[in-house]
Design a protein around this ligand. Structure first.
Ligand code: ATP
Length: 573
């Protein structure tokens, strides 16, 4: 496919705000794409070069783009900056200035963008500028517009993963294929690979999809219930594990090669040298397992709070911090070992194999676990766990498989709750902000507009206006970060009746605690036919931003409604 053709699709996608129309346009695009191009087209449409877990970024700032444009169009940077100030969109500036006529293929443009991304080290800035300017010089105005937006991360067509899956199913003329596509996606986290498999091997090929070491598996998540009685009546005899409060890691071992992925499937191997070494020593050739990494006191064996563990999150000086705060890794799931896919096996089978692999290891140990059908025993253990600084417990259904990428009652969490507070915090995605009044006005930001996610429509529905919980410095920092992703209009994936002073791209997630959930006409989450949705009462932010979560990892509308239902029946056991 010609890249020009792809930009015509981009234009059509941009022009619509209707989700259904968007699915149709994308399905048409996917049908037209060749098996060689389809993965690249999907990555590009989502503003990426590869699936996010590969961590390949183009590494160009607006400044560098201005310089590349200046070279490509033989125009002084000053003039480009003026135009940029005027339009606020370097894509439009590029469209105005670039007049080339060649129409390269998608594969060619992709290859050149990839070369730019892979250029690093000394002198790479100049090299990147040169590469980009020569790419821009050869293309037409419309192509330049989208390339410019792409390289600075401003493509923003609003195409989330569920939208791609839906459109892929549609492109085969059968929406009923979506669950099978989703299953494959959950096993490899690579929409390009799923699409390519569909194109080349049809749905039969997708059905045969298996776990691959090196491709992160989308993580299973917990449902919540208010009491241990509820848990036993829901799933019967269960495995009760400690709920550790650290970093969730998915470790992939392929001989001596170890990769570690975070909660949102980013490659974080460099952060955990001791887990890497410890994983090499395990008595299996290949394996995928999950667990929680926590800082601990080597002398007393005591686990340290999350604020200590999180210091590991840095680019440099890992060795020093690893010495100061060594980690323990509590493994709670085995997903693959020596050619066998354990995601399909029952909890008990997975656990048995996990225990046989992980023993006498100085860093990695199996998570604490016992089996019971007695709510009192769960509650007793829960109290002790909380006393020891753990977050609570996770109950797991004994005969359930590992359900990749899904939140269901195979895992149920029970967390500490305080009187007058919701039993659990809520993660919301920031979709806009308000300037604030009075003393706040001087920061130019007084409250955030938070939204929860609705996977069925792949949209964000507002649930809360969050004006407390942040320090003045944090508000200042937030304003800077949000202004960098500000939009002229509400983002197409956001549904809101409130008018934010500044709309932003859904990108950042904040954890919020609140007194309760109420019904409210001001918000769109769970809105009924009378226009009444759900809202958080007295919300306050906990911590700063959750950078281990993607926008789609915010809580869902369905969960908010469940929490609303549950708060009416919470018992104090
Ligand atoms: P939370 O804020 O509760 O961590 P979450 O959305 O990240 O919310 P949940 O589904 O609520 O995830 O809880 C699962 C999380 O709990 C996992 O992502 C993992 O990090 C952590 N965890 C700690 N101990 C365990 C365990 N034994 N089994 C499964 N998950 C555990």
């Amino acid at each position: 496919m010609k890249f020009f053709k792809l930009t015509e699709y981009f234009e059509r996608l941009e022009a619509t705000t209707k989700r259904l129309e968007m699915f149709d346009i994308l399905a048409e695009l996917f049908r037209e794409a060749s098996p060689e191009d389809i993965d690249k087209i999907i990555y590009l449409s989502q503003g990426q070069l590869t699936p996010p877990f590969e961590g390949i970024e183009i590494g160009m700032s607006e400044k560098l783009l201005v310089r590349a444009l200046s070279e490509a169009a033989n125009t002084p940077t000053k003039k480009i900056e003026d135009l940029f100030r005027h339009t606020g969109d370097l894509g439009l500036v590029a469209e105005k200035l670039i007049t080339g006529g060649q129409k390269p293929d998608v594969a060619q443009v992709y290859k050149e963008l990839r070369t730019i991304a892979e250029t690093s080290g000394k002198g790479s800035v100049e090299q990147k500028i040169n590469l980009l300017s020569s790419l821009l010089r050869g293309v037409s105005a419309k192509e330049a517009k989208y390339i410019a937006r792409f390289v600075i991360g401003r493509l923003r067509l609003g195409i989330g993963d569920p939208t791609v899956l839906e459109a892929l199913a549609l492109s085969e003329g059968d929406r009923g294929l979506r669950p099978e596509l989703e299953r494959a996606y959950n096993l490899c986290s690579d929409l390009g690979l799923v699409a390519k498999t569909l194109k080349t091997k049809k749905i039969e090929g997708v059905r045969k999809f298996k776990v691959h070491v090196g491709y992160p598996i989308r993580m299973a998540l917990c449902e919540r219930l208010p009491s241990s009685e509820d848990i036993i009546s829901k799933i019967g005899r269960a495995a009760i594990e400690a709920k550790y409060d650290g970093f969730r890691c998915q470790v992939h071992k392929d001989g001596e090669r170890i990769e570690i992925f975070s909660r949102n499937l980013e490659r974080t191997t460099h952060m955990f040298p001791e887990i890497r070494e410890a994983a090499k020593a395990l008595p299996v050739k290949t394996a995928i397992f999950e667990g929680e990494a926590l800082a601990y006191n080597e002398t007393t064996g005591e686990l340290l709070p999350f604020q200590v563990t999180i210091q590991r999150k840095r680019k440099h000086g890992i060795e020093a911090i690893a010495k100061e705060y060594p980690l323990k890794f509590f493994a709670f799931e085995l997903l693959y070992a020596d050619g066998i896919d354990y995601t399909e096996k029952t909890y008990l089978e997975r656990r048995k194999k996990l225990e046989s692999i992980i023993k006498d290891n100085p860093v990695i140990e199996p998570a604490e676990m016992f089996e019971t059908d007695d709510p009192k025993e769960i509650y007793k253990y829960f109290e002790e766990a909380v006393e020891r600084g753990l977050e609570g417990v996770v109950a797991k259904r004994l005969d359930a498989p590992y359900t990749a990428g899904s939140r269901n009652f195979n895992w149920i969490k029970l967390k500490r709750s305080y009187k007058g507070e919701l039993a659990d915090t809520v993660d919301v995605c920031v979709v806009g902000y308000f300037m604030g009044k009075g003393a706040r006005a001087r920061f130019g930001i007084g409250a955030l507009l938070g939204a929860v996610y609705e996977p069925e429509t792949d949209t964000f529905k507002t649930v809360s206006k969050i004006g407390s919980g942040f320090t003045e410095d944090e508000f200042t920092e937030l304003k800077k970060m949000l202004d960098a992703i500000a939009l002229k209009h509400k983002h197409p994936r956001v549904d809101s009746v409130m008018e934010a002073d500044v709309w932003v791209e859904p990108k950042y997630v904040v954890t919020v605690t609140a007194d309760e959930i109420t019904r409210s006409p001001s918000h769109t989450a769970g809105k009924d036919s009378e226009g009444v949705g759900y809202a958080l009462r007295f919300p306050r932010a906990v911590g700063f931003l959750r950078d281990d979560k993607n926008p789609e990892d915010a809580n869902t509308v369905k969960e908010i409604i469940e929490m609303f239902e549950q708060q009416r029946k919470v018992k104090v056991t």
